[in-house]
Design a protein around this ligand. Structure first.
Ligand SMILES: [Zn+2]
Length: 77
């Protein structure tokens, strides 16, 4: 039983949850393992810097695409 994966969710005490995680998951049934659980879209409860929000990722992808297209254009000239 000691080897069974434990839930790594951070508790309000700052420690790890330590409840047995669901099979194939890293969280227990109280911490997002159950189906249908989890935060709704756009939830900002755990937002730290917004670097990985869908909007920020899309923005960076757009910039990358623009840079690549610019390079291609220069190479054609
Ligand atoms: Zn847990």
């Amino acid at each position: 039983m000691r080897q069974s994966p434990r839930c790594g969710a951070k508790t309000r005490k700052g420690t790890r949850c330590q409840a047995p995680a669901l099979s194939g998951k890293t969280r227990c049934r109280m911490h997002g393992g159950a189906t249908g659980s989890g935060a709704p879209r756009g939830n900002q409860n755990a937002l730290k810097h917004g670097l990985y929000t869908k909007e920020a990722l899309a923005q960076r992808k757009h910039v990358r695409d623009l840079l690549r297209k610019g390079k291609e254009l220069i190479e054609k000239m």
